[in-house]
Ligand binder design. Structure first.
Ligand code: NAX
Ligand code: ADP
Ligand code: K
Length: 537
């Protein structure tokens, strides 16, 4: 987490009972506990019970004002859209604080009537006592800062009417390059899932989560709608309440990156086999095997399903060893290797799966390997039985592959990515990497993790093959610590690989507006890995 830049301490409102607490940016380096709406309500009620009346809302409003000032350091005019509940109350306290700091503040209220909850009513009085009133939307002037304090935890339907008009106005500011700060969460975005409630949704440049942050800020459409995400802890510690998810961190990435000892040799890092590359799709197997080698696997073999007889060598990576299509399942081989299976496997991979699923000690199943399991209930049962036989599995579906495995539509997977990943992890008893913006790493025994790194440069063919190979390479080179179960080692490799894969796209050279070719991603992964190790020192 990065500290707040150029935070100003000028804004004060009477009767603030304690320090406002810390404001930190959730930028992907440090993890965070994430709370669903329901668990955030539990945290909120504990915090309210432990604080003097109105204190939490004062801290929240001051935190909003403070971050707003930092986002628009030369600004003097703000517009705040104020909703009917306590989210609006936070906005009113922020309005009073900004005014006290010398800003010209306009507010527009929506949907409150006389029914504000008690804290928000007090905030309204605070604003009015200083001479504040409300401005009709048509009279809103230009501003250097716009604040969305329409709806937070309490939103249960999509904005309509005057509220939708306020949302549209906030989005006009955003399009004009004015910072738009969403209080707690962007109005119109479901905090649990990262899905918009309807068509009317705020596109914020920054979101300041209050007390706790919701998972939906980090997955689905959340990243595009929430902008840069900050957390104000309001001087409260939520840790007594179990989180619903976690945000994975650089520490998670480092835990999956073993240090090489001086006396180790290639045999210390495990053998890895890539099985895939049906006719016309050899590139997928090449990308996966190159990535596996780069990630640290000891010896990497490739069996291409599309190759007749002796498979062709990968001329640019002579370190890779080609084998014919059945060498991988010779007696004693599968039981000790890491098998990365399915990358460009086509239909041919289905015939290989019974042996792979029954015997591979460590199995990464990707792409067509997943599609074949989805189409065959016997394979699905065999997959789910692996865990009881002390065999570990990581599945790396994109949303369509996950939908096939779950027997639902892609839209249903995307509607609640956390739930879909967890359901699939329970169904298959495997570690599940549900790819896409805000990749989820779920497993039967753990709270799911959302990955904060990465960007749309990864939306390009082959980047998933590189992920599967890199993950397998990390896993292969990982000696399981005696205390951790094999399953936890698999999860650790998945968390690390996914985090680094995203970071690689962030640090790779080139135009951030263009895709990152998958073969270049391998080099970027090595750089991301190096930078991540260094940043621990
Ligand atoms: N009570 C407190 O002291 C604190 C409250 N906090 C703030 O309080 C928020 C939660 O407050 P609330 O529970 O009042 O919820 P909201 O402020 O999100 O609003 C709920 C109200 O909006 C109405 N509503 C929901 N959807 C609507 C729609 N589409 N159109 C029009 N009206 C709609 C509801 O009927 C209800 O009256 C948090 O998100 C956070 O911003 C935090 O600052 C912590 C401190
Ligand atoms: N917009 C995005 N933000 C973050 N990661 C993305 C985005 N688009 C794609 N990715 C990542 O890129 C990879 C694409 O994998 P996949 O869809 O299997 O592609 P392929 O099969 O072509 O290799 C996944 O790891 C996915 O999470
Ligand atoms: K809001």
């Amino acid at each position: 987490m990065s500290p707040l830049p150029c935070a100003q301490s000028g804004a004060t409102v009477p009767n603030v009972a304690a320090s406002i607490g810390r404001i930190t940016r959730l930028d992907g380096s440090s993890g965070a506990a994430l709370y669903s709406n329901a668990s955030a309500r539990v945290v909120e009620s504990l915090a309210l019970a432990a604080s003097p009346p109105f204190a939490l809302m004062q801290r929240a409003g001051l935190a909003v004002a403070r971050l707003g000032q930092a986002l628009a350091p030369h600004g003097r005019r703000a517009w705040i859209a104020v909703g009917p509940g306590n989210n609006g109350g936070d906005g009113l306290v922020a309005a009073a604080a900004l005014r006290q700091a010398g800003w010209h503040v306009q507010i527009t209220t929506c949907g409150a009537g006389t029914n504000r909850p008690p804290d928000a009513l007090r905030a309204w009085q605070l604003w009015q006592d200083g001479g504040g009133g409300a401005t009709e939307l048509a009279d809103v002037e230009q501003a250097e800062l716009a604040i969305d304090a329409l709806l937070g935890l309490g939103q249960h339907r999509a904005p309509e009417g005057e509220m939708a008009a306020c949302v549209a106005r906030l989005n006009d500011f955003q399009r004009a390059g004015v910072p738009v700060l969403a209080v707690d969460q962007p109005t119109g975005l479901l905090g649990d899932t990262g899905q918009p409630l309807g068509h009317s949704v705020v596109v914020a440049t920054h979101t300041l989560a209050l007390l706790t942050a919701r998972p939906g800020l980090f997955t689905g459409d959340g990243r595009d709608l929430a902008g840069h995400i900050w957390l104000a802890d309001l001087a409260c510690d939520p840790s007594a309440t179990p989180p619903s998810a976690t945000l994975s961190s650089a520490d998670d990435a480092r835990r999956g990156l073993p240090m090489r000892q001086h006396q180790q040799h290639k045999g210390s890092f495990g053998d890895l086999w890539v099985l895939g590359g049906a006719r016309g799709m050899g590139g997928a197997a090449h990308l996966a095997s190159r990535a596996a080698l780069a990630a640290g696997a000891g010896r990497v073999y490739v069996s291409e399903l599309g190759a007749d007889g002796q498979a062709p060598a990968d001329p640019c990576w002579p370190e890779l060893m080609q084998r014919d299509a059945h060498a991988w399942c010779a007696p004693g081989v599968l039981e000790r290797i890491t098998l990365v299976c399915g990358c460009g496997g086509g239909e041919a991979v289905a015939a290989e799966l019974p042996a792979a699923i029954a015997r591979a000690a460590r199995l990464v199943l990707d792409a067509d390997g997943l599609n074949a399991v989805a189409a065959d209930p016997t394979l699905m049962r065999a997959l789910a039985a692996r865990r009881d036989q002390a065999l570990s599995t990581v599945l790396t579906p994109h949303p369509l592959e996950a939908a096939r495995l779950l027997g639902c539509s892609t839209a249903e997977v995307q509607a609640d990515r956390l739930a879909a990943a967890q359901t699939l992890a329970h169904k298959t008893q495997a570690v599940v990497v549900l790819k896409g913006s805000g990749t989820i790493v779920a497993s039967p025994d753990n709270v799911p993790a959302i990955n904060p790194t990465g960007n749309a440069r990864l939306a390009t063919p082959g980047s998933g093959d590189v992920l599967a190979g890199w993950l397998g390479g990390l896993w292969s080179s990982q000696a399981a610590p005696p205390t951790a179960s094999a399953h936890q080692t698999a999860r650790q490799a998945a968390l690390s690989a996914v985090w680094l894969h995203g970071r690689a796209a962030e640090v790779a050279p080139g135009d951030p507006g263009l895709p990152l070719p998958a073969h270049e991603l391998i080099q970027a992964l090595q750089r991301a890995s190096h930078l991540t190790r260094q940043s621990a020192r």
